[in-house]
Structure formats: C-alpha cells, structure tokens
Design a protein around this ligand. Sequence first.
Ligand SMILES: Nc1ncnc2c1ncn2[C@@H]1O[C@H](COP(=O)(O)OP(=O)(O)OP(=O)(O)O)[C@@H](O)[C@H]1O
Ligand code: SF4
Ligand SMILES: [Mg+2]
Length: 353
Amino acid sequence: MTPMNAQTDVGGPAQPLLTIQGLQKHFPLKKDPLGRGGGVVRAVDGVDFEVLKGETLGVVGESGCGKSTTARLLMQLLAPTGGEVIFDGRTVGTRDLPLKEFRRQVQMVFQDSYASLNPRLTIEDSIAFGPQVHGVPAREAVARARDLLARVGLEPGRFAERYPHELSGGQRQRVNIARALALQPRMVILDEAVSALDKSVEAQVINLLMDLKAEFGLTYVFISHDLHVVRYISDRVMVMYLGQVAEVGPSDDLYEQPAHPYTHALLSSMPSMDPDHRTEEAALAGDPPNPINPPSGCRFHPRCPQAAPVCARQAPVLAPTSLLHAVSCLMHEPGSGHPQAQVLVPRAALKAA
Ligand SMILES: Nc1ncnc2c1ncn2[C@@H]1O[C@H](COP(=O)(O)OP(=O)(O)OP(=O)(O)O)[C@@H](O)[C@H]1O
Ligand code: SF4
Ligand SMILES: [Mg+2]
C-alpha cells in the first residue's frame, strides 16, 4: 500500500493541518403549539483552535459540552451556524478545497462499532466500499482492504468474509479503524472510539492506533471521557466547557499545572490510577451546564471557586499564557478587574511617577 503521507503537504510542516475559527452550531428548539419556547441550543459557541501536523489533540469536557458537535462540524457532517474550517491552508467547502476532496483526507471513528458497519456487507466489502466510491477499481480496493485487515490485527484469511455480527466489539472497532484508513486520510477524528471496549481490549486498540499513526504519518483528534487515556495518547489537550474552549495546552503541562479553574476541577474529579489513593471527591459542584441559557460573563462562574463579581459581567477571551498553552479566564487576563489578575498601570500614571 502507498504510504499515506505521500499526499501533498501543501503548507509545509509548520502550517497547522486544521485551523478552526469562530466555529458555532446553534440548534433551533421547536416552539410549542401556542408559539412559546423556541430559542436555540448553543452546542458550539465560538470555538477557535488548531490541530498541528502529526499531533494527537485530545478533547475533554463534561457530557453535553459540545465535543461531538465540534467533531461533526469538523467533518462537515453538520452545517455550521458560523465559522470556518481551514485544512492545510485551504478553506473547506470552497473551490480551494471541495468537500469531496476534504472528506477523503479526514475520516472519523465513532463509539458504536456496530452501528457504523453495514450488517449486510462482509467486513472486506465494508472496508473496500469507500475507496470504490472514490474511484479505486474493485480489485485494488479489495486488495487494500485485506492489507488493512492484516495491519489492524485481523488475519484476512479468517476475517475478510465475516459479517459484523460475527465479530466481538474490539474486532468490529478494528474494522472501523481499517475502514477509516482505507481512503488513506491525513487526519482521523476518534469520538469515544475506544470508550465502549473492555479495559484490556481498549489498551490493545489504543496501542494499535498509536502504531498506525506513526506508520502512516496521521494526525488525530481524540475525544474521550477518560482523562487517563487522553493524557496517555495526546500531545496536547483541549478542555471544553459549555460549547467553548476553556483551556488548551501540552498534555503534561495541562495535567500538572492546569490554569483554568474548570480544568482543575475536572482533573481533581479524576479517579486515581492507584487504588490506595482513590477519592470520591466531587470537585464540580453547582448546577449542570445549560447550553440553552448559558450564564452571563464567564460561563463557568456559577460553579467556579475563584469567581469574582467581574466574572458574571465579562466574558474572558482565550489567550496564550505561553507558546502552546492558552486559557480563557479573567484571572489570567491582565487588567480584567479580577482580584487575582495582573493590574495594568496606565502609561500616563507611569510617566507621572
Ligand atoms: N441535533 C441536536 N439538536 C438539538 N440539540 C443537540 C443536537 N445535538 C446535540 N445537541 C445538544 O448540544 C449539546 C452538545 O452535545 P454534544 O453531543 O456535542 O456533547 P458531547 O460533549 O459530545 O457530550 P457526550 O460527552 O455526552 O458525548 C448538548 O446539550 C446536546 O443536547
Ligand atoms: S473567569 Fe472567573 S468564573 Fe471564569 S473561570 Fe476564571 S475565575 Fe472562574
Ligand atoms: Mg459526544
């Protein structure tokens, strides 16, 4: 099989593979028969981030914070309410980069291994289907499918002719990974792709994903509830809260020195890997987030232990604290008026002193 990174790297290695700017998805709510209600669910509400070439970007956050909606927007499975997706310097869905070409370069693997596969197709045909749709001759597509089956650890002689119901969950997820790779993509979005697997199978599939990434020069966006797994697999991690980015930074930095109070709370609620140090600490108090009527100012303020009066009035901006680390919190915004923020002294006052 041709190496996947043989595809043109248009912008060079320093250019992010994916740049997301101002991404929004508001789902309209139905009105009742008397015309009451309506409004929108602000599932994704102004998200900016980059995915660098060859990295794994982990995405974490409580249920409902907009991780899957972001993934579906990246894949162009949903039309955004606003914002842009730029892939290797080219705007997706324009003449610059038509959807069909983009869809070949970016693939997705979902949590539900069964729902993603057509029950009436053998797994070999399932894997060969995508390349055939994109014009690869049938014989070549089948050969590619068998090659991929072997690479994901399913011996083609034993598995190629089987149907999805004849496989275990872990085997089906290996088929889904093979299917995603069949179009020789540059990027794979994994949305809870290992979450439904038993722990030992999960570990094998994670190691498989890491091997395939190195072998094919892939870039991953890895979405998961499991903060331990995310740390293990990711180069950088992005923390989402109520449809926005709270913090993003290199994994070790973010886990060892979280800058955002929400990241801090999320990590403190993480079960320890060491059974002697298990705590049941409920670090996240307060109302669960509501994307229909998000709180004013900083969306985390009703639950934030560091909240100051300014937090209810002023929305923080995601801003860099170092080269690869950015945080959206008024404590880190000089001159924001938060008691812990650096105070900015006006130039005139400095001159007078
Ligand atoms: N089609 C839709 N119509 C209306 N609301 C939706 C739709 N899809 C998602 N939502 C809402 O958007 C918000 C974000 O959902 P999303 O599935 O992106 O969250 P998530 O972070 O992936 O959660 P989980 O961790 O449970 O998978 C939620 O409040 C959800 O109810
Ligand atoms: S801006 Fe205020 S409420 Fe929001 S996370 Fe920072 S300190 Fe907490
Ligand atoms: Mg989800």
